[in-house]
Write a new protein. Structure first.
Length: 366
């Protein structure tokens, strides 16, 4: 894929490109053959009790009554139906349930529970998620990879480039965005978007293409998937080295169960699309993925009503997978009140998570 075509695709998908200052050996030696990184942000604060830190306590979970497992990973079994999501049938069935996701990826997943975020402020916690540190100006692993390779990093939100953008070393410019109300009616093969060779979109069977449904209920998922596949095309063409993606909708102060379940179904589907696309492009052996949220929610509902919410909670979970990650593994734990429980993995804070991520990507953090 040519750089000019890549820039057009990035603009259409709403991705921002940061230009970097080359300091590493990769940039001087031709095509980058090293690690690639995708950081997925479930924006708003997800509920680990509906993910990989499950409980059957009805005061904390009103969705399921039994805990499921795939390999060594316990998880919350979430079914995507019209009743559980509130979406139209076609939309609900286009999502991915947790059983399908964990059965498919458990062998590649390292789930980390009981992460002490230390704050429930969205901005500080987002900085911790992206860089491992709550303050402004810290360099993320994605930015360090970009510096070393001389290739740009991509983001769905310019503020995610906090470290280099603030230092002036990697200025970013927001590219023209696609119509946020548009639905994507073409296949998610970025190499075909601009030459008209792609067929009209059908409901995908391999998780690699976006979904077309009436009513625009999945616009955020369509946007996520389009950006993910633009990033993969850029990786494949040696035009980028890292990407920050996000899917919002997790700030559930009301209608917690329905909204969290729906957004998690979109997240599972989007990550599956990303991994399927990476497999198809032969990038799997170089690609590391982190999926996380700025903080958790809970532990308890804020009322007995059916559509009660949950408040911010400074204990969360994260999932790592891909290159350099030992899968079928769970680290950390919480107690019955969703407080940190002592454990011996050495992973207790966002900084610890980023040290493990850095090792997987060959980046040494101080």
């Amino acid at each position: 894929m040519q750089r000019r075509k890549f820039l057009k695709l990035a603009a259409l998908s709403g991705l921002t490109i940061g230009s970097t200052v080359s300091t590493g050996s990769h940039a001087r030696s031709g095509k980058h053959r090293g690690p690639l990184l995708v950081v997925v942000h479930a924006r708003g604060g997800w509920d680990p009790r509906l993910l990989c830190d499950p409980t059957t306590d009805p005061a904390q979970n009103r969705v399921y009554t039994e805990i499921a497992s795939a390999g060594a990973i316990a998880y919350a079994p979430l079914a995507m139906t019209r009743r559980t999501t509130g979406l139209h049938g076609d939309s609900a069935h286009a999502l991915m349930g947790s059983t399908a996701f964990f059965n498919k990826y458990a062998s590649r997943l390292h789930c980390i529970n009981g992460i002490d975020v230390g704050t429930v402020d969205h901005a500080q916690a987002t900085s911790s998620l992206l860089t491992g540190h709550p303050g402004e100006g810290a360099l993320s692993i994605a930015e360090l990879l970009a510096l070393d390779s001389g290739l740009p990093l991509l983001t769905s939100r310019p503020s995610a480039m906090s470290g280099l953008a603030m230092s002036g070393m990697a200025p970013s410019a927001r590219l023209p965005n696609a119509d946020p109300h548009a639905t994507y009616e073409r296949s998610c093969d970025p190499d075909a978007w601009l030459d008209g060779s792609d067929p009209a979109l059908a409901v995908p069977t391999d998780g690699a293409a976006p979904i077309e449904v009436a009513g625009g209920e999945l616009r955020d998922l369509q946007r996520f998937m389009r950006q993910a596949h633009v990033a993969l095309a850029a990786f494949d063409a040696n035009l980028a080295v890292a990407v920050h993606l996000e899917l919002g909708g997790f700030d559930t102060h009301g209608s917690h169960d329905r909204q969290q379940l729906t957004q998690l179904g979109k997240l599972f589907r989007g990550v599956d699309s990303l991994m399927t696309g990476a497999d198809r492009r032969g990038l799997t052996d170089r690609l590391t993925v982190m999926v996380g949220s700025e903080f958790g929610r809970g532990p308890y509902y804020d009322g007995p009503q059916r559509f009660a919410g949950k408040d911010h909670w400074p204990v969360s979970s994260a999932m790592l997978m891909g290159h350099g990650i030992v899968g079928n593994r769970v680290s950390g734990a919480t107690d019955a009140q969703q407080q940190l429980r002592p454990y011996d993995t050495g992973i207790r804070t966002p900084a610890d998570v980023h040290r493990e991520l850095g090792v997987a990507c060959g980046v040494v953090l101080g």
